[in-house]
Design a protein around this ligand. Structure first.
Ligand code: AMP
Length: 403
C-alpha cells in the first residue's frame, strides 16, 4: 500500500446481487455507491451513483452473467469517474462476510487459509457464505496484489459468555454440528453501540446499551462496556424479534407439527418461517409505512401485526435490562428504528418504572443525525442512532491494513 492510498472499496456480495461503496478514509466521504442486482438473469441491473463527481445516478439494464461480470461492470463504472480499481489510491477491499463462526472474532486479511475456513462454515450459512466467497474470489482475481479484508457479521457477538451462546440441547450433538448462538448484524451493533456512547459523551467502556436494529431483518443486543453479552439472533438470523418476513422466536415443536400435521417438508417449513412469517405473515405487508397507513384506516390485521411486533420488542428490552443490570441507553437503528416514530413510542410506552420514556416532540423529529428522544428526567437515554455498516466495514478494513 502506498502512502497516498486512502480509499477502501466495500463489497457486500449476495447470491444474485453485489452492493458496493467506495469511501475516502481521510474523512469517511463516499466517492461512489451502487448495486448490481439480478445477476445471472436476462434483466440484470446496475445502478451507480458517482458522489465524488456530479452525483447523477446511472442505470444500465441487460444480462450480467455472474459475479465476475458484475464486478468488472462496477470497475468500468468506477473507472469512468476516474476512480478505477487499478488506482494507487485504493488501499484495500473490505468484504462483508455473514458467518465467521467462533473462529473469526475480528476483521481478518484474507489468504487461502482464511478463505478455506469461511468455506468450512458454509453448512451453518448456506445462503450467505457461498455468495461472499464468490465476491472475494472475483475481487482477488481483479486485484491480486491488493489486501482484501473480511469483516464478519458474527464477530462482534463472539464476546457473548458461553451461557448466552449455548442452546440447552445435547452437548455432543451441538458441538458435532456447530449448533450454538452466533448472532448477526454485528457490524451494525458495534457501530451503533459505539456511536451511542459518543452521543452520551462517554467512552464505550463506561456504558451499557441495548441496541435495537429494526430493519427488514431485526435483532437486539445487550452491550456491556462495549462488549456484546447477548443478542437475539442465533444459529441463523431467524431467531429473536418479529421481522419483516421472519417469525423470530417460535416453539420449535411448531416445525414438527407442520411436518406431521400439515404435511410440509423441511424446505416448505424453511420458506414459511423465513419468507412468509413475521409482519408479512401476520398481515400481508412487511413495510412498516404501509402497516401504519392501514392501522390509521382501522385495519385490524395490521393492528394485530404491529402489536405482536411491539410485544416481542418489549420482551427483549425487559430481558436485556435484566441481563445488563444497569441500562444507560436504548438505541433504535435501521429502517424501522430510524424512521418509524410510532414503533419507538410503543416499544418504550409503559417502561417508566424502568427509567425509560420517550418525549413525543423529540420522537417526531426527522433527522439523519444521532439524537436523543428521551425527556431530561428519564434515567435511561433513549436514542435514535442511524447505522452505517459500510462505513464500519471500511474503517475496520483500513485500520487493519494500516496496523
Ligand atoms: P432496512 O432493512 O434497514 O433497510 O429497513 C427496511 C424497512 O424499514 C422497510 O421494510 C420498512 O418497514 C422500514 N422503513 C423504511 N422507511 C420507513 C419510514 N419512513 N417509516 C417507517 N418504516 C420505514
Amino acid at each position: 500500500m502506498t502512502a497516498t492510498a486512502t480509499r477502501v472499496l466495500v463489497l457486500n456480495s449476495g447470491s444474485s446481487s453485489v452492493k458496493y461503496q467506495l469511501l475516502d478514509m481521510r474523512d469517511g466521504a463516499r466517492l461512489a455507491v451502487g448495486l448490481v442486482e439480478r445477476i445471472g438473469e436476462e434483466n440484470s441491473r446496475l445502478v451507480h451513483t458517482p458522489l465524488a463527481t456530479d452525483g447523477a445516478k446511472r442505470e444500465t439494464e441487460g444480462p450480467i452473467a455472474d459475479h465476475e461480470a458484475a464486478l468488472k461492470a462496477v470497475a468500468a463504472e468506477l473507472a469512468a469517474d476516474g476512480l478505477g480499481l487499478d488506482s494507487p489510491e485504493l488501499a484495500a477491499i473490505g468484504h462483508r462476510v455473514v458467518h465467521g463462526g467462533q473462529e473469526f472474532t475480528a476483521p481478518t486479511v484474507i489468504d487461502d487459509a482464511v478463505l478455506a475456513e469461511i468455506e468450512r462454515l458454509v453448512p451453518v450459512a448456506p445462503l450467505h457464505n457461498p455468495a461472499n466467497i464468490t465476491g472475494i474470489r472475483t475481487a482477488q482475481a481483479l486485484r491480486p496484489d491488493l489486501p482484501q479484508v473480511a469483516v464478519f457479521d458474527t464477530a462482534f457477538h463472539t464476546t457473548m459468555p458461553e451461557y448466552a451462546a449455548r442452546y440447552a440441547i445435547d452437548t455432543e450433538t451441538a458441538d458435532a454440528h456447530r449448533i450454538r448462538r452466533y448472532g448477526f448484524h454485528g457490524t451494525s451493533h458495534a457501530y451503533v453501540s459505539r456511536k451511542t456512547a459518543e452521543l452520551l459523551g462517554k467512552d464505550p467502556s463506561e456504558v451499557n446499551v441495548i441496541v435495537l436494529h429494526l430493519g427488514n431483518g431485526a435483532s437486539a443486543s445487550a452491550v456491556a462496556g462495549g462488549r456484546c453479552v447477548d443478542t437475539s439472533m442465533g444459529l441463523t438470523p431467524l431467531e429473536g424479534l418479529v421481522m419483516g418476513t421472519r417469525s423470530g422466536d417460535i416453539d420449535p415443536a411448531v416445525t414438527f407439527h407442520l411436518k406431521r400435521v400439515a404435511g410440509m417438508d423441511e424446505d416448505e417449513v424453511d420458506v414459511l418461517l423465513n419468507k412468509k412469517s413475521g409482519l408479512i405473515g401476520l398481515c400481508g405487508d412487511n413495510d412498516m409505512r404501509e402497516i401504519r397507513r392501514r392501522i390509521d384506516e382501522g385495519d385490524e390485521r395490521a393492528r394485530l401485526a404491529f402489536d405482536v411486533y411491539i410485544h416481542r420488542l418489549k420482551k427483549y428490552i425487559g430481558a436485556y435490562s435484566a441481563v445488563l443490570g444497569r441500562v444507560d441507553a436504548v438505541a433504535f437503528t435501521a429502517g424501522v428504528g430510524e424512521n418509524a416514530a410510532p414503533v419507538r413510542e410503543a416499544a418504550i410506552a409503559g417502561l417508566e418504572e424502568m427509567g425509560m420514556a420517550v418525549d413525543a416532540s423529540l420522537n417526531a423529529v426527522r433527522s439523519d443525525e444521532p439524537r436523543m428522544i428521551s425527556p431530561d428526567y428519564a434515567r435511561v437515554a433513549v436514542a435514535v442512532v442511524p447505522t452505517d455498516e459500510e462505513l464500519e466495514i471500511a474503517q475496520q478494513t483500513y485500520a487493519l491494513v494500516n496496523a
